[in-house]
Each structure stands twice: as C-alpha cells, then as structure tokens.
Design a protein around this ligand. Structure first.
Ligand code: ZN
Length: 465
C-alpha cells in the first residue's frame, strides 16, 4: 500500500493525501458511518481525479467518492478505502444568463451554488435540509430531492451536462448546455443517482430558472388524512402551477419540534391531525398574495383545512420552515432508525395503519414519527427504539408492505449500504441483473464505491472486499 500512497502523493501533492490522525479527524459525520479510510485524497482538478482512479485501479484499491458526507444511507462509508474528497474542486466556473445555465465543480456546496445563481438574477431550485454542507456532486450522485420537487423535479431534472471520471481514469466530458439533445444515449444519466458506483462526478452544467419575485408561505391544520390529497390537488389547480412545496408533519413530529429543548414553538395550536406547510413561488408579488389568500380562504370554507396561518414576513416564513427542518429533534426518541419511503398517496393511510399495528405488536416500546414531502408521495418515518435492538425487524415492518402497494424503499436518500438488502423489494430481478451488468462493464475490477447500492451479486474477479 505504501507504493500506492507514494504514487498518490506524487500525483496530487503530499499535502493532499491525508493518513493517520489527520484522516481520522476528517472521517467523522453525525449523519452517516464513514469508517476508517486508508487515506483521504483531495484532488484539485479532473485530471488529478483521473490520476487517483488510475493509481487505485492499478493497485486494486477501493475508492469511495466523498461530497458533503450528509447522506443518510452510509453511501460514503470508506472503511479501508481511498476516500476521494472533492472539497478542493468547489468553484462555480461560470453562470450564463443567456442560456440560463451554470457550470459548477462537484465539490461546490449547494448553498454556494444557489447564491451564485441568485447573484446573477437566476434561481437554482434544488433545496433540502443539508444545503449548507451537501455538495453539487453528492446531490447529483444521489439524485437528491428535497423541498421543491413538486414543482422543479429532483436533482436529475436540473442537470443538462456532466463531466465524470470512470473507474479506469477515462474522463467523460458531456458538458451539454442544450435543453434538447437526443443524439444517442443520454450517458449522464448513468452517473445521476448511481451513488458513485459507476463514476465520479467532477463538473456539471445545471439548468437555472427565473428568480421568483414573490414567495407565499402558510401553515395549515388539517383534521383527516383523506383531506390531504384533495387539498393538494385543489391548491395545485387554483395556484396555477406556482405551488412549490406541500410538506406534511404528523402530530408526533409537530410536538417534538415545538416543545423544549427544540427552539420552535407552536404556530398553530397543537390540536390538529396534520400540519401542512405550503409555499408558492411566483412572478407577480401583488397578484400572487391575493390569489394565495383567496385559495386558502376557499379551502377553509370547504372544510379541507381547519385553520391556517399565512406568513406575513420573511421572519415568519423562516419560523415555519425551521419547524419542518428541525428533523434533529426526532433523535429525542433515540436510538432512531430513519426511513425514506415513497408510495402513492391513496396507499399511505392503510400503509401507515399496517406499520403502526406491526410495530405495536412486534416492538411495543417503539415510537413512530412521520413527516414528508407529501406532494411527491414521499414519507420520512423515524422509528425510535429505546432498546436499540430488532433493527432488522423494524426494517421488515417498514419495507415489507411497500411492494404490494407499489412503493419504493428509497424515495430520495438512495440505497448506499443500508438498504441494499432491500433493493429487491422495489426492483425486479431483471432490473437488478441489468444494474449488475452495467456495474461489471463500467467497473470490471469492482474498485469504485464497492459494495454500495447493489446486493452482493455474482463475484467480480479482483473485486475489493
Ligand atoms: Zn426529505
């Protein structure tokens, strides 16, 4: 291994190859288990990323790409591997107002990319809780979702072009900035959402949108689940495509984020069945406000919502989002297991009833806290299990009923290490076989983020353990 580390040092500079205590210090994340990497390498250019992959490939060493390390499925676990951090490739290379695109390096933090777009009078709609540390490369590799998918789609929908480095060091530069380009296979899709198992994303061309001139936010109290889908469709129709968020908090979640030690306090009295944060982004501040108020008055009148508070200032809006974003409070029921499932809205209530009943029988001391991007059919379930055992039983309870209800074991967090045993609950054997074929074709030595996403399949010759 010394020869490998020596080669890496000569390729990218000694200061950018961290080992021992320097590496151990960096290999920590409150969100995910990173393991103890053999070394952390910090290439400063695409050419250097290629050099690292070539050197590791020659030595048969595993390479795990690192972005902001805020993933929740242990996709960045790098035990005994070379952790390839993109932190030095953090530049916004250009913003093109004419094309409404930006070219960004993979290590650029999401929030910084959003700010650069805004400085140019444009808007990068990707937004989620880890915005201050997650990177563009990580968001693309995991096809991140978040709070505005309802209107703008997931990370995949914002990527026009991509540069990625293959396991053998080949640089694939597809920095397309065209909205329409049907010239052959859309190769960038291989790297979006494949969690660094098929290549390392190094740069991207992102599609930007007009910067919204108005933003309307409200918190609604709703009594019955069956009102939620009707409320969603009604607001979508009446707000004419401006609805950008429809976030639902269940009472247990609302209680946690509005009581000490949480900083938040109730904005609506804690008496409702569901709390819905809705937001619109529009182009006409005067008219948008009036239309938003009229739509909400209508849903109150028709009994779809029982109560509503409209944010009257930026501070009030921030207080509403702070409740939704304070997911860390769910750790108060710890130790916790975090789930991210997807299913058709009409299946949600029977699914949750079944899950609750199985938890009550199987693990009576467990708690269940629920919130999610209901407009996208995406629920986050947090199971608190004071006994910290039966982890697989809890997983079986959450994932088991999904297949029959046409759901997915991962809506937006990805598969990583945590969910690979459950991939077969959401993908057919034929789909998984094709995924394994792609993996073998693109990474024949099995050195790129090995063991992630795919359930252990047929042995790959020379694969790292
Ligand atoms: Zn989410």
């Amino acid at each position: 291994m010394d020869t490998l580390l020596d080669r890496l040092k000569s390729e990218i500079g000694e200061a950018n190859v961290l080992t021992g205590s320097a590496a151990a210090e960096q290999a920590f994340s409150p969100w995910t288990q990173l393991g103890t990497p053999l070394a952390i390498v910090r290439p400063g250019s695409t050419a250097q990323v290629a050099a690292v992959l070539r050197a590791a490939g020659d030595a048969g060493a595993a390479v795990v790409p690192w972005g902001g390390r805020t993933g929740l499925v242990d996709g960045a676990r790098a035990e005994g591997a070379i952790a390839l951090s993109l932190e030095r490739m953090a530049a916004v290379e250009s913003v093109d107002p004419g094309q409404s695109t930006m070219t960004v390096q993979a290590g650029c933090v999401l929030e910084a990319a959003c700010r650069a777009a805004e400085d140019a009078g444009l808007f990068l709609p990707l937004d989620f809780g880890a915005r201050g540390s997650a990177t563009i490369g990580g968001a693309i590799s995991t096809n991140a979702g978040g709070n505005r998918v309802l209107r703008y789609g997931m990370a995949r929908d914002m990527v026009l072009g991509l540069e990625a480095v293959l396991a053998d060091g080949t640089v694939l530069t597809t920095l397309n900035s065209l909205i329409k380009n049907n010239a052959g296979y859309d190769l960038k899709q291989l790297f979006i959402g494949s969690e660094g198992t098929l290549g390392v994303v190094t740069r991207a061309v992102l599609r930007l949108r007009p910067k919204p001139a108005s933003q309307q936010t409200a918190l609604l109290g709703v009594e019955r689940f069956d009102a939620l889908p009707r409320l969603l469709r009604r607001l979508e129709a009446e707000l004419d495509g401006a609805l950008s968020a429809f976030e639902v908090m269940w009472p247990q979640f609302y209680d946690l984020v509005t009581t000490p030690p949480a900083a938040g306090r109730p904005i609506l009295p804690p008496v409702h069945g569901y709390y819905v944060l809705v937001e619109t982004l529009g182009a006409d501040p005067a008219a948008d406000g009036a239309r938003f108020e009229a739509a909400l008055a209508g849903v109150l009148e028709d009994g779809l919502a029982a109560d509503v508070v409209i944010a009257q200032s930026g501070a009030e809006r921030a207080r509403m989002w702070a409740l939704r974003d304070d997911v860390a409070q769910t750790a108060r029921n710890g130790p916790i297991q975090t789930f991210d499932v997807s299913l058709p809205i009409h299946e949600m209530e029977p699914y949750l009833t079944a899950v609750r009943a199985m938890l009550e029988t199987g693990i009576p001391r467990a708690t269940l806290t629920i919130f999610g991007h209901l407009g996208d059919g995406n629920l986050h379930l947090i199971v608190g299990n004071p006994d910290a055992d039966h982890r697989e039983t809890v997983e079986a309870i959450i994932y088991g009923p999904l297949a029959a209800r046409h759901g997915s074991v991962s809506a937006e967090h990805g598969i990583g290490l945590q969910k690979r045993a459950w991939l077969g609950y959401s993908r057919s054997p034929e789909e998984i076989a094709l995924m394994q074929l792609l993996k073998r074709a693109m990474d024949p030595r099995g050195t790129l983020n090995p063991g992630k996403v795919l359930p252990p399949g047929p042995k790959v010759a020379g694969a790292a353990p």
